[in-house]
Structures are given as structure tokens and as C-alpha cells.
Design a binder for this molecule. Structure first.
Ligand SMILES: [Ca+2]
Ligand SMILES: [Ca+2]
Ligand SMILES: [Ca+2]
Ligand SMILES: [Ca+2]
Length: 407
């Protein structure tokens, strides 16, 4: 979360809190009255140190009525995030603060009372915008066979938020919920074409606690059906689990992953039963030097799926063209550096509408704008060129922060 989202809070609190994402915690002695706030409520006081008269709510309030501009300190004892707005009706533009759930002593105080509405949400970004990011894609002249859960030739993105929900964004700027919760128990999310053999794209996920690999079959509308087990365990021995597209030439989508202990790259072929077949070694070592694998689809134009990989030590991006053996071919440099400023690579095919796969990235706090790092949460898009390389990046949207998974 970046400073400008907190400008309201900084004004409100009269403190240099901008960008911390935390409510102010008074360092001095705790006023006994802050403990008057019952669990399950957001409480506000007329006094700066949780003194004076107390007001409380356990529901969003669009207009504080007689309490408008009277709250000088607050504590959030609910289990939700409270957005504290300077304007009525949850209008964010005038400024707002994000109050995380806290203990009674963890109150925020501010000299000027400007609070006019309070809204409870699941994630901080919902104080100012939708829970899902804004994704816009053009219709591709051809179906690429991946990156398209609803089969409309528009690349779509699946996003996980900090509350563990999953959102489907079809490329028209809208989004809808496709996973109600629990997705933060997964530490790998990937999709690239059809694994279940019904022609619809599916999503694969690894469960952190068990090392199980799950298949969530796409329904063809953007939603996911009842999951089934694709791998009963052991997948925690692997990293960079990536649904890839067809490497074996049977037009079924395959999976690749790096073995942590050896740095080997393995191919897990999709099969006619919808299970994964016996794995095959496609890279004999050194793949632990990579910290991202990106299933780009066919960027070289020979009909075979190609791989981008990011080199951890250098931040370079390499193209490994697909070959008839399934093993990656001789690599070419695609990006000469700086790619470690990307928190996520989203390879959902052609979103520019020219038929060639493109690459979307989401930045981390190493991303530099105008010479300064710290610009996390930007969607930066790169159009694919005919030779498999990328056009210069375009900063498409600065509001992809507060989200923790994309595929
Ligand atoms: Ca689509
Ligand atoms: Ca399927
Ligand atoms: Ca190719
Ligand atoms: Ca394109």
C-alpha cells in the first residue's frame, strides 16, 4: 500500500504514519477507558486519548449523524478491517485510514475530528476500490488454448486476495468471486489449458500443509467445479510448479516443476485419464538458479509452447524455446535485468488482440519509477513480438496492490 492511500490518515492523525498500513498505537500510558470498548465493536471517543464520551458500532455506518466529525480516537475490536473515512457514504477521495483489528490498548488518537463514515471490509484495498484488480484485455483473433477460463478469446486473470478469496476478472474491468475463502492455504496456483479432458481450462493448486496437488476443473464460465486430487503428496519437494501447455506433442497440457533438492526440471505429462503421467527429466540441473518459470505459450511461432525463466542472481529473463524432445532448447536473453522487481508473472496469452502471447507482471517494492524504488502493486504489461521477445513495458494500472496470487 502506498503513501497516497494514507494521506487522509496522516492528516487525520497528525502523525507521520503514511504508508505503514498500521493504526497509530499510543506509546504513552494506556487510558483505562479504551478498555471500555467491548469485543466485536469499533469504538470512537470524543477525546484524543480514548477519553470523553464513547460511541460504538458493529456495522458499517454511512453517516455518523450526531457523531459526525466528533471522533478523536478509535479502536477496532472487530475481526474485520475498518475503513475510517473523512467523508460520508464511504467516499474515499477525501482521505481515509485503515484500522486493522486490534486490542483495546491499540487505539489511534488525532487532534482534529474529521471522521464521517465507517465501513467494515475483509481487505484493506476495499476501503477505496473493489477487492479485485482492474483487468482489461482485447479479444484475440484466435483461441490460444490457455489463459481463457470462459472461452471467449479474451484473456482473463484469476486473483487471490489477502483474505484468501479468489476472483475472476474476464477482461472488461469487472470481477466476480469464484472462491469464497481458504485459498491462502495454497502456496502454488497455476493454470494453462485443460487437464481434465473436457476442453475447458482448469486451475491447479498445491496445498502447503499437505503437499497435495489439487485440480479445480474449470466450468467454462470462469467458475471452478469441485476439486479432485491430482497428486496425493510430496509436491512440497518441488518449486515453481507451472502448468505449461503441451510439451509431449499429444495436445494435452503438461506440468513442469523444479525439484528443490537437485535443481532438476521435471515434466509431468497430462494424460487421457486426466491424471498426471510418469514424470520425465527435461533439465538435468541448475534450475534452482531460477526464481520464476513463465508458461508463455508459443511465442516463437513454431507451434510449441515456450518457457520464460527469471534468473534469481541477475534479474534477467530468458526464453527457452520448446523443442520436439520436450526439453527446453538453447536459451535467448529476453530481458537484460530488473525483472526481480516483479512479484508475479501472469501469462494469460494474447491480451493485446494481435494473436501473439503477451506478458503481464505485478511489481514488488523494488520496482523503480522516476529513479525511486518502492512502487509495488503496479500492473506492467509487455506485448509479445513475432520473434518471441517483448516490447517495452507499459504501466497499465497502479492499483494491483494488496493481492497475493495471480494466475
Ligand atoms: Ca476469457
Ligand atoms: Ca478441464
Ligand atoms: Ca514455440
Ligand atoms: Ca499480443
Amino acid at each position: 500500500m502506498r503513501n497516497r492511500f494514507y494521506r487522509g490518515m496522516a492528516t487525520l492523525a497528525g502523525l507521520a504514519l503514511a504508508g505503514t498500513g498500521l493504526a497509530a498505537v499510543n506509546a504513552g500510558p494506556v487510558a483505562a477507558s479504551s478498555y471500555d470498548c467491548p469485543a466485536g465493536y469499533f469504538c470512537g471517543w470524543t477525546g484524543e486519548n480514548a477519553g470523553g464520551t464513547m460511541w460504538k458500532t458493529d456495522k458499517s455506518v454511512a453517516d455518523l449523524g450526531s457523531w459526525d466529525n466528533r471522533i478523536r480516537s478509535h479502536v477496532n475490536r472487530t475481526t474485520s478491517i475498518a475503513c475510517v473515512y473523512e467523508d460520508k457514504d464511504y467516499v474515499p477521495w477525501g482521505g481515509y485510514g485503515v484500522a486493522e483489528p486490534g486490542l483495546p490498548g491499540e487505539y489511534s488518537g488525532y487532534p482534529v475530528a474529521t471522521t464521517s463514515s465507517i465501513k467494515f471490509v475483509r481487505t484493506g484495498r476495499e476501503c477505496g476500490q473493489p477487492a479485485y484488480p482492474r483487468w482489461v484485455s482485447e479479444t484475440s483473433p484466435k483461441a490460444l488454448g490457455f489463459g481463457d477460463l470462459n472461452g471467449d478469446r479474451k484473456a482473463d486473470v484469476v486473483t487471490r486476495d489477502e483474505a484468501g478469496r479468489l476472483w475472476f476478472t474476464p477482461g472488461d474491468g469487472t470481477g466476480r468471486l469464484i472462491g469464497a475463502g481458504g485459498w491462502n492455504s495454497m502456496d502454488a496456483l497455476t493454470r494453462h489449458g485443460d487437464f481434465s479432458r473436457d476442453g475447458r481450462e482448469d486451475l491447479l493448486a498445491r496445498e502447503r500443509a499437505t503437499g497435495k496437488l489439487w485440480l479445480y476443473p474449470g466450468t467454462g464460465t470462469g467458475s471452478l467445479g469441485a476439486r479432485r486430487l491430482l497428486g496425493s503428496g510430496g509436491w512440497n519437494a518441488m518449486r515453481l510448479i507451472t502448468a505449461f501447455g503441451d510439451l509431449t506433442g499429444d495436445s494435452r497440457s503438461d506440468l513442469i516443476a523444479v525439484e528443490k533438492a537437485t535443481g532438476r526440471l521435471w515434466l509431468y505429462p497430462g494424460t487421457s485419464t486426466g491424471k498426471l503421467g510418469t514424470r520425465k527429466l527435461i533439465g538435468s540441473g541448475g534450475w534452482n538458479g531460477m526464481n520464476a518459470l513463465v508458461a508463455m505459450g508459443d511465442v516463437t511461432g513454431d507451434g510449441r509452447s515456450d518457457l520464460y525463466a527469471r534468473e534469481a542472481a541477475t534479474g534477467r529473463l530468458w526464453l527457452y524455446p520448446g523443442t520436439s524432445t520436450g526439453r527446453p532448447g538453447t536459451r535467448e536473453l529476453i530481458g537484460s535485468g530488473g525483472w526481480n522487481a516483479m512479484a508475479a508473472f501472469v501469462s494469460v496469452g494474447d491480451f493485446s488482440g494481435d494473436g501473439r502471447p503477451d506478458l503481464a507482471t505485478v511489481t514488488n517494492d523494488r520496482y523503480v519509477i522516476d529513479g525511486y524504488p518502492g512502487h509495488l502493486g503496479w500492473l506492467v504489461t509487455y506485448q509479445g513480438r513475432a520473434d518471441g521477445s517483448l516490447a517495452p513495458g507499459l504501466r497499465a494500472d497502479g492499483e494491483w496492490w494488496g493481492l497475493n496470487g495471480f494466475c
